[in-house]
Design a protein around this ligand. Structure first.
Ligand code: NAD
Length: 466
């Protein structure tokens, strides 16, 4: 069944790029991405998109106002569409009286209620947000409880696997597309309609159809496995530091085993981003609700090791700087949670800055893509909850890395931006206080060359001899 109009609720890191790619690959389909945030929509309609992602500008420009539209008129877009993607955020609850830390589905619920309130014709509703297993059932219940005569709904699961920083290439050439749906005639028809969209550019054999609950769980499981690999190699990095082994050599050795593979084996100061921790906690919560405490404890360890890794690194910074950082200038290199994105959610830099602020350090921050207001907002967010006055007194944001480093006691590399590999470290060293320290939280720098210049270098999973 060819689809003529799509609506996407949520113009964020998933909704914007994924609908831009759909619009570019399906020129005969009208795609409207809607959001409650007027500012976000204004930016999507401007030359300064609300998020940085390689190739995104070109894709958006190629089809905006041809068959790709960004709007705050949620109701109109819902009414006109035959197929609606739900791409809203599903954050972890900050507080709660239930078991563990559940996903907060308030945005999913409000999107479903909006559809139920305004829809005048049948809709295929596609859950693209990452959700706990059986969320599609809750969406169906909300829609059916408010259904109008002659209107029918089919809810599908179609989790998104893009990674920020490579979103466009992931969307254009995904490893696979997952679609979960009911095995009824209406369910099959809805699945076929969604397949029809993806088949515009994705080979049929890469589109995997399964039952709805398997599809929902597959997304949580995929992210939990990726996060688990990072925590596993980070747990090994602690052993390396204690023994004199080198985690990069160990990762290289185990990665050549074809049963293990080399991807996601890079030790670091820990994973960040809006998804890994949230999705693992989602799985933990699910295990607890299903009365599977041992399984819950297993997955909880993935998050605990990540906390441990960040704290261990912060402690090493303090210990190296003669056990006090009070009033010392510490320059954080990179605030995004990884390179090639401006997204700062759950970034290691936030946690490290916070630990160092707790030790009374003066923090300077440089990131090539993240805006100043965003950094300050993160450092005073409820998760971190530092006092805004203290943050504005102790934190300075720079747009020139050399100025940031001038007069610093230490540099702490938190994001693996390529430009950090080619900085003029001789110039930086000359302008820093001595002894000058570099803490490489991503293992990307040439440690020998830095030591040659005179830096005291510390990194993850390796003891450097000097
Ligand atoms: P985001 O916060 O960037 O975007 C969500 C948008 O939804 C926001 O702009 C918000 O204003 C809007 N919104 C919320 N409720 C709304 C409503 N009722 N009507 C209209 N707009 C509404 O989130 P994101 O990073 O795009 O993630 C969305 C979902 O996709 C999450 O479940 C996430 O776990 C999942 N996901 C994210 C990534 C990623 O890399 N960011 C990758 C795969 C999956």
């Amino acid at each position: 069944m060819p689809i003529k109009r799509i609506c996407c609720i949520g113009a964020g890191y998933v909704g914007g790029p994924s609908c831009a790619v759909i619009a570019s690959k399906c020129p005969d389909v009208q795609v409207t991405v809607v959001d409650l945030s007027e500012e976000r929509i204004r930016q999507w309609n401007s030359d300064h998109l609300p998020l940085y992602e390689p190739q995104l500008d070109d894709v958006v420009k190629s089809c905006r106002e041809r068959n790709l539209w960004f709007s705050t008129d949620v109701d109109k877009a819902i009414i006109e569409a035959e197929l609606i993607f739900i791409c809203v955020n599903t954050p972890t609850k900050l507080f709660g009286i239930g078991k563990g830390r559940a996903a907060d589905l308030k945005y999913i619920e409000s999107a479903a209620r909006r559809i139920a309130t305004v829809a005048k014709s049948s809709k295929i509703v596609v859950e693209k947000s990452t959700v706990p297993v059986k969320a599609a059932e809750s969406i169906t219940n909300i829609l059916q409880a408010n259904v109008k005569p002659g209107v029918k709904y089919q809810v599908l699961s179609n989790p998104e696997f893009l990674a920020e920083g490579t979103a466009i290439s992931d969307l254009v050439s995904p490893d696979r597309v997952l679609i979960g749906g009911e095995k009824t005639d209406q369910g099959r028809e809805a699945v076929e309609a969604l397949c029809w969209i993806y088949e515009h550019w994705i080979p049929k054999e890469q589109i995997i159809v399964m039952n709805t609950w398997s599809s929902e769980l597959s997304k949580l499981a995929a992210n939990a496995f990726l996060a688990q690999r990072i925590s596993s190699i980070n747990a090994i990095s602690a052993i390396c530091e204690a023994t004199g082994a080198d985690v990069s050599e160990v990762a290289g050795a185990i990665g050549t085993d074809s049963r293990i593979g080399s991807k996601f084996l890079k030790a670091s100061v820990g994973f960040g981003g809006s998804c890994f921790q949230k999705d693992v906690l989602n799985l933990v919560y699910l295990c607890e609700c299903l009365n599977l405490p041992e399984a819950a404890a297993y997955w909880q360890q993935v998050v605990d090791i990540n906390d441990y890794q960040r704290k261990r690194f912060a402690l090493r910074i303090v210990e190296s700087l003669f056990n006090t950082v009070t009033d010392k200038n510490i320059t954080i290199l990179g605030f995004a949670f990884k390179k090639d994105t401006g997204d700062t959610r759950e970034s290691a830099a936030i946690y490290l800055s916070k630990y160092l602020l707790d030790e009374e350090a003066k923090i300077r921050i440089y990131d090539p893509k993240v805006e100043k207001e965003q950094m300050l907002r993160e450092l005073t967010s409820p998760m971190i909850s530092d006092n805004p006055d203290r943050v504005s007194k102790l934190v300075t944001i720079y747009d020139d890395v050399y100025e940031a480093a001038k007069g610093s006691h230490a540099l702490v590399l938190c994001t693996e931006w390529d430009e950090f590999k080619t900085l003029d470290y001789k110039r930086i060293y000359a302008d820093m206080l001595k002894p000058a320290f570099i803490f490489d939280g991503r293992i990307i720098l040439d440690h020998e060359a830095l030591m040659e210049i005179g830096f005291h270098v510390e990194t993850i999973g390796k003891r450097l001899t000097r």
